[in-house]
Design a protein around this ligand. Structure first.
Ligand SMILES: *[C@@H]1O[C@H](CO)[C@@H](O)[C@H](O)[C@H]1NC(C)=O
Ligand SMILES: *[C@@H]1O[C@H](CO)[C@@H](O)[C@H](O)[C@H]1NC(C)=O
Ligand SMILES: *[C@@H]1O[C@H](CO)[C@@H](O)[C@H](O)[C@H]1NC(C)=O
Ligand SMILES: *[C@@H]1O[C@H](CO)[C@@H](O)[C@H](O)[C@H]1NC(C)=O
Ligand SMILES: *[C@@H]1O[C@H](CO)[C@@H](O)[C@H](O)[C@H]1NC(C)=O
Length: 340
């Protein structure tokens, strides 16, 4: 007897359909979660390369340091920044300790170490640390400004930071020769439509003007397709930019049509808040960061940043009348660092 029960068949059909839907759903879910993590990664090879290169340790470090909305503060160090009586990293941390409303920001700070010594120092200080594996290059010593190794190190950091963006993390990048004297989030725009807010050596008064000279020693960048494309674009200029450091390459890039096509919203930070030795903040009551820019050697930076710390302490204990007369100590060591 070849009698088919139509109801039985109907149930088979339903079960089969449901199974197919569930399978499809699982497939879609895994593929979409992948593309979220690596939105706009330019090609498959880069993706696998990134995973191999960093493994899960980077993700772990980022999760440990970032805020709930995936914002992290990143500083990159090497051996030269952790050695000596009063290393640069210690001066940098003094800023967070002495600054107003900056103590708690330490937990969102991720120190990226380019060699074993700076990594161990970071762990010793109980900070959030990540050891960046650099393909066989020794980045331990002081890299004299614009030397071949200096430029190589800068490109390494550009690639790394682009990879952080690809993982969906927004960040403030800060050099360790930047003193954080106040909480910068009060003077950074929280408007999500602004992709990049970057400090300037000499602010021209207009925060939307691309003719401000950029300084990549301090900036806040949001992770999105546009900023990922910017970093890819920037890094791909590496092999065609002999003698230029990554900051100069970005500076040039910002003034091109390619950049305008990316549609990035870029805001320049006023030096009254985000200042440096190139242009002092005009108001110590407003200043947020002080960067030892326009300076050539670590030793000179350290000497003049130490003077800034003294200035800051003087300001904090000053009477109103003294505050009115406040002036920054001249940055003599940095000025002299340009002579041989
Ligand atoms: C900068 O931050 C200070 C302190 O929160 C605030 O009083 C001031 O209005 C801010 N200025 C700008 C331009 O955001
Ligand atoms: C954010 O900035 C955009 C333009 O850049 C503006 O249109 C929008 O109103 C701003 N949003 C807020 C909440 O200020
Ligand atoms: C990035 O681009 C991809 C494809 O171009 C798009 O599917 C995705 O929604 C974009 N993501 C964001 C955050 O804009
Ligand atoms: C490199 O730069 C030269 C001169 O500016 C240009 O002609 C060439 O197309 C560039 N190559 C790449 C790969 O961008
Ligand atoms: C502050 O300065 C004003 C004028 O310069 C002066 O009259 C006043 O006595 C000063 N106050 C103190 C406490 O020094």
């Amino acid at each position: 007897m070849n009698f088919k029960n139509p109801i039985n068949e109907y149930y088979h059909y339903i079960v089969y359909t449901l199974l197919t839907i569930v399978l499809l759903y699982i497939l879609l879910l895994t593929s979409s979660s992948k593309s979220n993590n690596f939105a706009l990664s330019p090609s498959q090879p880069t993706k696998t390369f990134n995973m191999k290169m960093y493994g899960d340790e980077l993700e772990e470090a980022l999760v440990g340091a970032s805020t709930e909305d995936k914002m992290v503060i990143i500083a990159i160090v090497n051996k030269a920044y952790v050695e000596g009586d009063k290393p640069m990293l210690d001066i940098f941390l003094d800023g967070f300790w002495l600054g107003e409303g900056t103590n708690d920001l330490i937990k969102n700070l991720l120190i990226v170490a380019m060699d074993q010594i700076s990594y161990r120092r970071c762990k010793f200080l109980h900070l959030n640390c990540y050891k960046l594996e650099t393909d066989g290059v020794d980045f331990a010593g002081e890299k004299l400004y614009m030397s071949k190794d200096f430029i190589k190190m800068m490109w390494q950091r550009t690639r790394f930071l682009g990879d952080v963006l690809k993982r969906g993390y927004s960040f403030i990048f800060t050099d360790t020769d930047v003193l954080w004297l106040r909480n910068p989030f009060h003077n950074l725009s929280l408007n999500k439509s602004i992709d990049l807010q970057i400090s300037s050596d000499n602010f021209n008064g207009n925060e939307w003007s691309n003719s401000n000279p950029i300084n990549t020693g301090f900036y806040m960048i949001r992770s999105n397709n546009k900023t990922i494309a910017l970093f890819d674009n920037w890094y791909h200029k590496k092999h065609n930019s002999s003698g230029l450091k990554e900051q100069d390459v970005l500076q040039k890039l910002i003034r091109t049509k390619d950049f305008r096509n990316l549609g990035l919203k870029l805001r320049f930070l006023d030096t009254i808040y985000f200042s440096g030795f190139c242009q002092n903040s005009k108001d110590v009551k407003a200043v947020v960061t002080v960067h030892a820019n326009c300076c050539r050697r670590i030793s000179a930076k350290m000497a003049d940043l130490t003077a800034v710390i003294h200035d800051w302490k003087r300001f904090k204990s000053a009477t109103l009348n003294e505050t009115l007369r406040f002036q920054w100590t001249p940055h003599d060591h940095c000025r002299d660092s340009w002579r041989n």
